[in-house]
Design a protein around this ligand. Structure first.
Ligand code: SF4
Length: 256
């Protein structure tokens, strides 16, 4: 079953990766909006018709952040990270850059040591305002599930025609603050058996990481029900092997 967050500020949720993670959902509370349609998305399939629904306006987001941050602070709730995530791709919100600055202002006021994270598919990196806003985030975590164009289209199903090699180049130019996140899985997509954890696929992906040189990499496999049925999880042993291969490049890697 698809999971949608019904609040703008949600949690904190206890996360293995981010501890007590306070979530910021810039997408509608009753609908996923994304320019990808990943076969594993926890929010379910992307409904293109519903993409026309307007985003939550900035004043509502500002009020939610002001009220919730103050309430959590005065209740002494422990926060380890503030994470932009939620019902789709956060950078698609037209006020994403302003909201990043707003969140940083309140973070500095209440929890100056807390780091901000964004979980993004990185497709809007080519827009200067988005690129700069992502640079201001402490842990910009961008997606690269496969460096094979064919698999990329099968797994992420982008609604644009930008080439993957162009995206890899943009990631390489982002600088060493970048965290790359990758989902490994296998299953049947459009009648084709795919597995992005095979030696061949991982080698292609590692070659892209060598070009990008991110600060760190996070890899994981399926944890919840997926919109495409029949997808299979990659074993912890295989994830560990992939993680070790990343470490051999001199890039730290965590697997979940
Ligand atoms: S990029 Fe993220 S939100 Fe968009 S479809 Fe993929 S997993 Fe879902």
């Amino acid at each position: 079953m698809a999971i949608l967050f019904d609040e703008i500020v949600f949690g904190p949720i206890l996360s293995r990766r981010y501890g007590n993670s306070l979530g910021i959902n810039l997408l509608p509370l009753d609908n996923k909006i994304c320019n990808y349609d990943c076969i594993y998305c926890e929010c379910g399939w992307t409904n293109l018709k519903k993409q026309k629904i307007s985003f939550t306006p900035y004043p509502s987001i500002r009020s939610a952040i002001e009220d919730r941050f103050a309430a959590l602070y005065h209740a002494n709730v422990a926060i380890d990270h503030i994470t932009f995530a939620g019902n789709g791709e956060p950078t698609m919100h037209p006020d994403f850059a302003n909201i990043v600055d707003l969140v940083h202002r309140y973070r500095d006021q209440y929890w100056p040591k807390v780091k901000t994270v964004v979980l993004s598919n990185g497709t809007l990196l080519s827009r200067p305002a988005i690129h700069q806003a992502l640079q201001r985030i402490d842990r910009p975590t961008l997606k690269l599930d496969s460096a094979n164009e064919h698999y990329y289209k099968l797994i992420n199903k982008p609604f644009h025609t930008k080439s993957l090699s162009n995206y890899v180049q943009q990631l390489a130019e982002f600088g060493n603050k970048l965290v790359i996140q990758a989902m490994f899985l296998k299953g049947n997509v459009n009648g084709e058996e795919i597995d992005n954890s095979t030696s061949k696929e991982v080698e292609t992906w590692l070659n892209a990481l060598e070009i990008i040189r991110p600060q760190s990499v996070v890899i994981y496999s399926l944890d919840r029900e997926t919109p495409l049925s029949g997808l299979q999880k990659i074993s912890a042993e295989r994830l560990q092997e992939i993680s070790q291969s990343v470490e051999c490049l001199g890039i730290s890697c965590q697997y979940y």
